[in-house]
Design a protein around this ligand. Sequence first.
Ligand code: NAP
Length: 487
Amino acid sequence: MDTKREREVIDKAPKQLFIGGEWRDASGGRTLGIEDPSSGETLCKVADGTPEDATAALDAAVEVQGSWGQVAPRERGEILRRAFEILVDRSDELALLMTLEMGKTIAESKAEVTYAAEFFRWFSEEAVRIDGRFATSPNGQGRLLTMKQPVGPCLLITPWNFPLAMGTRKIGPAVAAGCTMVMKPAQQTPLSMLELARVLAEAGLPDGVFNVIMSSSSSSVMGPLIADERARKLSFTGSTEVGRKLMEQAAPNLLRVSMELGGNAPFLVFDDADIESAVQGAMVAKMRNIGESCVAANRFHVHESVADEFTARLGDAMGALKVGRGTDEGVDIGPLIDDVQRQKVAELVDDATGKGAKAVVGGSAVEGAGYFFEPTVLGSVPASADLMTTEIFGPVAPVAAFSDEGEAVRLANNSEFGLVAYVYTRNIDRALRVTEALDVGMVGLNQGMVSNPAAPFGGVKQSGFGREGGYEGIEEYLDTKYVAIAT
Ligand code: NAP
């Protein structure tokens, strides 16, 4: 740990609201503390925005929407490309900042900076591929022309678990499409987003296109904006519970909405799977981001003939992980975000063991400062255990056995969520049958990671709708206008 370097990075990070290209204190001057989850200590204080600040941010976005929408697509793309390059150049510093506010290891933070930057590269290339169509009317009397235009000012709300990438997945396509934005990052991790605002300004994004507000009361700052008819879109990443509330709020204003919500990913291992590869995939699907990921494998359904072997091998791999502060050498797993999250994970584990699950490894919170929890594998988990139906958001892998393919698919689909599923099998027929039968937006087939800026990320059922990344991602920020032409 290099405390001097940490202090420098924290001191250098912006801490004010970013509105109309200016850094400002909150009106009223209040601040809110940012905590280091590895110690519980306050890292620094940032401006605590008010509803007036939020309105000022929307005012700024509305004011420049017209001119920004007219900027040439190539120029919009070049801004993203420059921002991509700055992010890559500064990845060490950004990763340290992210680790300090969020907890994951420096290696994981670096991976997130790369992932986040790649959305800018991808959408820098998509900005110049926005097109429409021209057709002869079926009766031959006239022509049809369609054109794609920016939706308009967008409200963006992001969670704490991927402080940078959940932002760039929205900002990249919004910039490429010509939309202006008001961004509200989670109050626990605003520092990475504030650095990103600085990067975008350096890359040449005009003042007012991207505005950032933070607040200790998200609902009071975002409520008025969601009701403001000048806003045209809401893109939210976070819990299903909050997503539902925001949809209700957005309904009177008929805002276009994208909802990237919670998950409860099943991880299926069939008897014909390569078990070693399944264990490696399980480690990624479960442990990336300390298990605090919407695409984290939440429950492992393993064929009864290989369940013991899989559980034992997963236990060995999880037991070998070193838990500690994300900045320390050799650490694999950082702390959970806060004590509330750690309590929730502990209660889910206690509930499962109380109902008959066996802890193969781990099972408890780590004593001392910070919000650490042991990497945990639970075997013979009954279907009645709450963690089979609740998003765990922690380093806990529950394993349950199934007896045939039909049962595996039924168990996998037995969830209100439908974000992602993982399937391990070497039988091509089964792979196609099972992936088609799963009620999810994404499938990892013999692979423990699906996130990819070139692919459409998103869910079905209570995991929401809309897609981020891929060719599909920019559509969320474009409206189609049709022109009927007399000939
Ligand atoms: P959360 O509690 O729903 O918060 C998400 C964001 O919404 C934060 O910025 C939060 O601000 C804000 N917020 C909360 N209540 C609000 C309200 N009434 N009005 C306006 N904004 C409000 O979720 P979280 O705990 O941060 O994140 C974890 C969840 O996100 C998990 O369920 C995870 O699965 C989901 N997630 C989904 C995806 C995906 O792509 N599908 C990706 C990542 C995470 P404050 O925190 O500052 O109050």
